[in-house]
Design a protein around this ligand. Sequence first.
Ligand code: SAH
Length: 214
Amino acid sequence: MTSQRTRNRLMDRLREKGIENEAILEVMSKVPRHLFMDEAMASRSYEDTALPIGYGQTISQPYIVARMTELLFAGERPLRKVLEVGTGSGYQAAILGAFIPDLYTVERIEALYKHTRDLLHALGYRNITTQLSDGSWGLKQNAPFDGIIVTAAPETVPDALPEQLAIGAQLIIPAGPQDSAQSLHIITRTGERDYDTKIMESVQFVPLIRDSNK
Ligand code: SAH
C-alpha cells in the first residue's frame, strides 16, 4: 500500500490532472507521504485526497501540493529562501525542501509544530527551519523571501505577506470565505510598492487563524 507502484499511480493521476513539472513529480514519488500522517490513515496515503492529521487540521491533497509548488517554480526569481505558512504535517515543506536551500516554515499549533520539527529532523532535512508563530505576520526577521506559500486560507490576504516578498517574488495563497469558494491567488511584487494579483482556480483549505493578541 506504500509501494513504489502505488506512488507511481498517484503521479500518473497528477499528470492526468495537468501537473507538468516532472522534477516535482519525481520528488513527490520519492517522499514517503505515509510518514507524515497517523499510522491509522497510512493505507490511504497515496490517494489524491486531503486527510486528517489531528487538531482539526489536514495534510493537503497531493494535487494541491504539486500545483502550488509548480506555480511557485513558474516565477521569475530563483528560489533560494522561501517561507511556508502552515507547516501542519510537514509534507509540503518536505517537497519544497528537496529544492530550496533555505526554507522557513511556521505553524501556530504547538503540538503540530513540535511533532513536525522532530519528523523533518529525523528524515534528515537540515535546510528547513521550523518555527512556532502566527504566520499571518510572515517572518519579518528572515524577509525578504524569494517566494511565500500559504497552506491555510484567510478571508483576505494579510498585508505583511506581500510586503515580505523580494522584488519579482511571488506569494501563492488561497483566500476567500470559509463557507464558500476560496481561490488561489498569485501575488507578484513587481516594484517597491507595486503588486500584480492573478486569481486562479477554486480551492478548499482550512482557515488561516490570526492570533489577535500578538
Ligand atoms: N502544509 C501542510 C498543510 C496543513 S493544514 C501540509 O502539507 O500538511 C494548514 C496548517 O496551517 C494547519 O496546521 C494550521 O494549524 C496552520 N495554520 C493556520 N493558521 C495559521 C497561522 N496564522 N500561522 C501559522 N500556521 C497556521
